[in-house]
Design a protein around this ligand. Structure first.
Ligand SMILES: *Cc1c(COP(=O)(O)O)cnc(C)c1O
Length: 366
């Protein structure tokens, strides 16, 4: 069986040898957690120099065979995306701004010297997988099907240059609430490490950035915090972002500040969506640098009333406490603030089809 997808490619459907039983799937969906359970299917599309994108397959999720010399294993030529499929109140399934993920995937591909994937093919692959695994979308509040498209360099070659063979793969994982405890506000540790330097890969969604963030994140956890916040590499002064989430600062005059897309932070789609929603509300949002010293002073004086982090996985999370080598401070009441809650509710309502979608962000899957 094959269905025409996009760019003249058709997906070959391979049968499942042993699909998950309804009982086992129901048990997973009752308590999905994050990133530990996976659906039955995956999509794989091959790329090689000369042939371009070819051999699109949707089939059983299973291990992939790689030559031990595959470039991804040695030089980390890898990029990924993260987005969610939601079950709407009316039973239909929707994606949130998948075109933005497709565009960012290609921006990451360019930075990592990898081939770009036509946006229509990126979206077709995701829709193919969501349709095949539609029974895996949890319907509880805050739950969704987390989709993980990624690309790896598969060519067996130890010389240092862009590989000539790649695989694009999409897998899916039912997701509950990202923060296990459902914590109302997180505590963050100001890292001495830097995540990204000017001219580096900070704006690309690549595995290498995450590999470099594991020690700082582990340090934050060991000190009893939930997350790490990174400062800029040059002056170690300006706030950049958390390990995998962008930041917003809320002031007592109702204005918001978020760090600008300087090339060293990841251009989050949640960040961009909140920028638009806040402006829809008539709020003033400035994309401008904000220093750790100013953050501490403003939190202490009461000028800064809320801080929140945002990203696809956890959506919007309040930051209650900030601790670093030079001291610590509490933001607002130390719990989630009003505007944080309001913006989160606005975004979630659009994502779930419970509110009008004035920006055309929701894409229904037929
Ligand atoms: C993915 C990611 C984000 C958030 O991006 P969204 O598109 O909102 O999910 C923020 N920072 C980093 C480092 C990321 O990898």
């Amino acid at each position: 069986m094959a269905t025409l997808a996009a760019e003249g490619l058709t997906f070959t459907a391979l049968p499942l040898a042993s699909p998950t039983s309804d009982e086992a799937r129901a048990a997973v969906l009752a308590n999905p957690g994050f990133g530990t359970h996976f659906t039955d299917h995956m999509v794989v599309i091959e790329w090689s120099e000369g042939e371009g994108w070819h051999d699109a397959v949707i089939g059983p999720r299973q291990p992939i065979a790689l030559d031990p010399a595959a470039a991804v294993l040695h030089y980390a030529q890898e990029i990924f995306e993260g987005l969610k499929a939601y079950k709407q109140a009316d039973g239909t399934i929707s994606l949130f701004r998948p075109e933005a993920n497709a565009a960012r995937f290609n921006a990451s591909a360019r930075r990592l010297a990898m081939p770009e994937l036509p946006e229509s093919l990126f979206i077709a692959a995701i829709e193919e997988l969501v349709k095949a695994d539609a029974g895996w979308i949890p319907s509880a509040e805050g739950a969704s099907l987390y989709l993980r498209p990624f690309m790896i360099a598969t060519e067996a070659f130890l010389g240092v240059r862009p590989a000539k063979q790649y695989k694009f793969i999409v897998i899916a994982s039912p997701a509950g609430n990202y923060f296990k405890s459902g914590a109302p506000a997180v505590s963050i540790w100001v890292s001495d490490y830097t995540r990204a330097a000017p001219g580096g890969t900070g704006a690309a969604k690549c595995g290498g950035n995450y590999a470099a963030s594991l020690v700082p994140q582990a340090e934050a956890l060991a000190r009893g915090h939930d997350q790490v916040v990174f400062l800029d590499a040059a002056e170690h002064k300006w706030i950049e972002e958390l390990g995998g989430m962008n930041l917003y600062f809320v002031f007592d005059d109702g204005t918001l500040v978020t760090p600008p897309l300087s090339g060293t932070i990841l251009p989050g789609i949640t960040r961009d969506s909140l920028l638009a929603l806040a402006r829809d509300e008539g709020l003033t949002v400035r994309e401008e640098r904000y220093s750790l010293d100013q953050w501490r002073d403003d939190a202490t004086s009461g000028k800064l009333i809320e801080t929140f982090a945002c990203g696809t996985a956890a959506v919007v999370t309040a930051v209650g406490r900030v601790v670093g080598r030079d001291g610590e401070f509490t933001v607002g009441s130390g719990g989630p603030g009003q505007l944080t809650g309001k913006l989160k509710a606005r975004l979630v309502a659009i994502q779930r089809g419970e509110a009008p979608d004035p920006h055309g962000w929701v894409r229904k899957i037929a």
